[in-house]
Design a protein around this ligand. Sequence first.
Ligand code: FES
Length: 121
Amino acid sequence: MTGNQMLETWKSVCDTGELEDGESLTVAPGTIPGVDEPVALYRVDGEFFATSDTCTHEKWSLGEEGELEGHEVVCTLHNARFDVRDGRPLCFPAVLGLRRYPTRVAEGQVYVGPEEAGSDD
Ligand code: FES
């Protein structure tokens, strides 16, 4: 990917100071070019991770309603857990993983890019 392609496909979604460790937010569909679903952004130990926002069990926002416990996000509707680093489900009732999106920090902004190859498997 060239630098210009990165500029076209990655999107600044918030200031780094907007989230404290253990907090998350939801990025609206369409904010990231080519991504038509809401995306959850999490901050854990100063690092940012992004996955699809909607729990794969039923429709529930992980970015707005989920609770972070270390690198795990807990869906507060039926207590499924996912690893925010790779989106994999960690316990029932979720059996499907979340799509994952790459993040990077530059000049005080958090950027999220298009879906990473190999996610959602
Ligand atoms: S909707 Fe998330 S566990 Fe059921």
